[in-house]
Design a protein. Sequence first.
Lengths: 385, 187
Amino acid sequence: MKADPQNVLVGAHYLDGNHACGEGGIAAGCKFFAGYPITPSTEIAERVSRRFPLIGGVFVQMEDELASMNAILGASWGGKKSMTCTSGPGFSLMMENFGLGLMLETPCVLVNVQRGGPSTGLPTLPGQADMMQARWGSHGDYEVIALAPDSPQESFELTIHAFNLSEKYRMPVLIMTDECVGHMTEKVVIPPPEEIELVERKYSDVPPGEAWPYMEFDGEVSPMLPVGEGHKFHITGLTHDIRGYPVINSEAQHLNTRHLIDKVKKHADDIIWLEEKDIDGADVVVMAYGISSRVMQPAIAKAKKEGIKVGQIKMVTVWPFPEKRVKELAEKVKAMIMVEMNWGQVYLEMERCIAGKCEAHLIGHGGGTVHNPEDIYNTIKEAVK
Amino acid sequence: MAVTEIRITGFGGQGVILSGYIIGKAASIFNEQHATLTQSFGPEARGSACSAQVIVSDDRVLYPYVTKADILVAMSKDGYMTHKNNLAKDGIVVYEKDLVPVEEHGAGVKNYGIPATRFAEELGRKIVLNIVMVGFLGAVSGLLPEKALRKAVETSVPSGTEELNLQAFDKGYQYGKQLVETAEVTA
């Protein structure tokens, strides 16, 4: 299905990453936004709140982040594509109901414009230190999908992609951007609606009285039940069976959690999106995501100029982690390097997958600004020694 | 690959960010270049130190911040003092003449001053001083075509204020042009 022309602000704009993210949601057909303002994410809400009245969307400023996350889950079950945005402390508050969204298998999009943490941290400066919280911040066992844009243009495009993934896999999807990208203004080209491909929600065609909210707990996606069309159904955050009723025992827990995990793991090849360059014959491979994958470019170019064989992987999706690819590469290269604005989070996954087969290096720092390309260059040089 | 790093500094409320926005928009939307604008601000807004950074380049901008400013636009003394030592060897300083006491920066660096606030007041609204500065910068730096900058001003200011802002731009641009021409004659 193509985007609705009334939602798409076609043309070349000079926008910051947050505004572009809001436009991406709108182009994807989002019609419900609930949020609570927090720096550096507020511009997303501002954008949406100004645009929604023109296109028949509903914007609600909620009392807090817990309620915001819950409201978008309710709106999604009510039949609307929905999203929220937050940062740092707000992301912590959304974690419980993010888990509820995963458990209920509810499509929606949550944007975290990362700032420095923990706690209040650095409200106006960038960080990438919520990556493990994105992966494990809610309680229990599950898998997540997280995307990381490196520019306003990608903020627009990946927000559409996040909505598509959320509908395809019937789950909340995370956009893990950061203050630098969120507050960075660049040209954003919004294509005509016929060039924007959208995944529409699948609804069950089983008649009322015979349908359950889930079909099988087999790692495949069940169509949702529409509301207001005669279906009477129950959904719960308690461990449940496919009828949506609580079943409090270990067999049901096994089926329910395996399903949530397998839904992502079985389709990892479809979900994972890597942009690779110069991997063949590389001695060292540099991995990064979001703004760090952009800032590493001058360092890699400099190293190449000096004859160092360096390949690169930009992780457009960070979660699920590209285990298979890292394991393959670890057999072939001398070293792999992770560049991220934290003291080593996604690095831990890279190191786990490398499992001693090659060297693992981290170029990390506490956040507050992006990496100095010189530091990245020095580590590349060190790694090939 | 031509890259120009620009830092614009002043206090919150002077329109520092909007001037950066206009320069970036002129380059990327109306001159087929790449331009990345970033901004730094404290939790405070009006009256506190405020700075915008614009990188204008023929290729994609990879590192989004200024390392050495090719152009430093100073609308406040504080902003100038904070950033004056981070200039490229052949950089230029574009400053508000009545607010910023500039120093000599060594052989390669050129200083261009304009009483932008006074000009803005003469036009009727002090608030357009940032647009006077943009016009002035356009003329003394030759960074971007006048047409692209004018178009960016016109499409970036609140509707209903286009005419006033374009007057402010022209005032700054003309003053800058004359200043450069006079300098060339005396040189």
